[in-house]
Design a protein around this ligand. Sequence first.
Ligand code: PBG
Length: 328
Amino acid sequence: MFNKDFRPRRLRTSDTLRRMVRETRISADSLIWPIFIIEGEGICDEIPSLPGQYHYSPDMLGRAVERMRAHGVSRVLLFGLPKHKDENGSSAWDSNGVVQQGIRALRAIAPELYIITDVCMCEYTSHGHCGILCGHYVDNDRTLEVLARTAVSHARAGADMVAPSDMMDGRVAAIRAALDENGFVNTPVMAYSAKFASTFYGPFRDAAGSAPAFGDRRSYQMDPHNGREAMRECELDVQEGADILMIKPAMPYLDLVRECRDRFDLPVAAYQVSGEYAMIKAAAKAGLIDEYGVMCESAVSIFRAGADILITYFACELADAIRKGDIG
Ligand code: PBG
C-alpha cells in the first residue's frame, strides 16, 4: 500500500537539497596517497600496471610534491624499491636505504607533508616474502626483530607514522616497544590489521617488484573467507597498542570495514588497493565505465561503510571531486 504521507523523493528534488542531506561527509584530510620510491637518480616513470602512478627516485620527489600541492593532498604512504635485495632484506633498515633517502628528500622540500611509511620485508628480500625464512616458512619471531629495526630506522629518517603490512603475529607490540625505547613515543602505528591474501595486489607486486619467488602469502596474510578472524586480528592490534586499524583490500571487504567501525573506538582506515584501482582504470580505458563517476562512488561507499581514512591511488583526483562538491 502506498502511504502518500511518505515521499523520500521530496529530499531529492534539487542538488542544493541533496547536498544538504548527505549522510556521509568526506574530506581531503582523510585521504592518503601511496607512492613508490625507486633507488637511483632522475627517474620519474609511469608504472605500467598502475596507469597514472609513477616510480620516483628520491631526487625526483619534487614531482610528487607538485602533484599533491596542486590537488591539496598532504598525507603520503611510502613504498620503496631498493637496488639491493638479500635473504634477510637488510636494506629495509639501512639508514641510507631508499625509503630513508626518500623521507629526507620529502622533508627538505615539503615540510608540510605527513609522511607514513609501509613497514614490510617483501620489497627487500631476494625471495619476495614478507619476513625471514626458515626453509620455505616465514619465521614469525625472527621477523619481528627486523620489522622493529626497520620501523625505528624510518622514524629516525623523519617518518611521522609507520604502517606494518607484513601480518606477523605480535608485530605491533614489537614495533611499539622499539619505537618507545628509541625515543619515538609519539610516532603512531597504523596497523594493517586485517590484511587478506588477496589477488587484488597483483598490480602492486609488478610495481614494487615484490612478488614472492615461490609459493604465496597464505601462511601469513588472511584467508578471504574469514570475517570473525579479521575482528580477532583487530582486537589483538588494539591490545598491542595500534593507533589506527586498517582493513585491506577495501571494496570486497566493506562488511569488515563496517564491523571494525562498530566494534572498536580507534580510527579505521581502508586501503583501496592496486587491483581495485587498476580495474577501474582498465574498464574506463576500454570505454566500459565512466572513470570519474566510478572513482567517486567507490570512495563514497568505503566511507559510508565506516572508514575514517582512505588510502587510495586516486587520492589527488578524489580531492578535486571533494572540492567541487561532487562527493563529500
Ligand atoms: C607489502 C604490501 C603489499 C601491499 C601493501 N603492502 C603487497 C603484498 O602484500 O603483496 C599491496 C598494496 C596494493 O595492492 O595496492 N606487503
